[in-house]
Design a protein around this ligand. Structure first.
Ligand SMILES: Nc1ncnc2c1ncn2[C@@H]1O[C@H](COP(=O)(O)OP(=O)(O)OP(=O)(O)O)[C@@H](O)[C@H]1O
Ligand SMILES: [Mg+2]
Length: 152
């Protein structure tokens, strides 16, 4: 894995190139492992970019079985319990109206002191902004390689 940026004890921001799903998982695992407080990740990237792989890595770093983490087809939110709670949202299927967004219960999730919130397809949130969220952008840079940019 190519890294430019700092993978610190608390958090990773920077630019990374991974060459397999396992490397993306490992990067996210290290980030998940470093988390000690409430954190939000907005995962941007096309279908099949690797957002769910990244989420599985975060989950594993929170002592959650990554096999439990899947892109929900009908549920928009899955909750997993590890050393902190993980809320995994996949908003691909929502239209993004204000009522639909408030029905997600995001505000309640964000209020919790021990919750990590990971959102796939955060574009669907429209104007609903989440201060302090990490923005992760995953793009293809080859069949099995991905460019991953993490900014705060
Ligand atoms: N470097 C890589 N990092 C992550 N995934 C990779 C990489 N190389 C290949 N892959 C493959 O790309 C696919 C990523 O699938 P994943 O479900 O994580 O995408 P997604 O971004 O969540 O898509 P969706 O928007 O449909 O939910 C997997 O099949 C994975 O094995
Ligand atoms: Mg997914």
């Amino acid at each position: 894995m190519l890294k430019s940026g700092d993978l610190q004890n608390l958090m990773a921001t920077g630019e990374f190139i991974t060459n397999s799903a396992e490397e993306t998982f490992e990067l996210a695992y290290q980030i998940g492992e470093s988390l000690t407080g409430p954190t939000v990740f907005l995962l941007h990237g096309d279908l099949g970019a690797g957002k769910t792989v990244f989420t599985k890595g975060i989950a594993a770093g929170l002592d959650i079985d990554p096999a439990e983490v899947n892109s929900p087809t009908f549920t928009l939110v899955n909750q997993h319990d590890g050393r902190m709670k993980l809320y995994h949202l996949d908003l691909y299927r929502i239209e993004g109206g204000p009522r639909e967004i408030s029905a997600l219960g995001l505000e309640e999730m964000l209020d919790q002191p021990d919750a990590v919130v990971v959102i796939e397809w955060p574009e669907r949130l429209g104007g609903f902004s989440i201060p302090g969220a990490y923005r992760v952008t995953i793009s293809d840079s080859g069949v099995e390689s991905r460019h991953i940019l993490i900014v705060l």
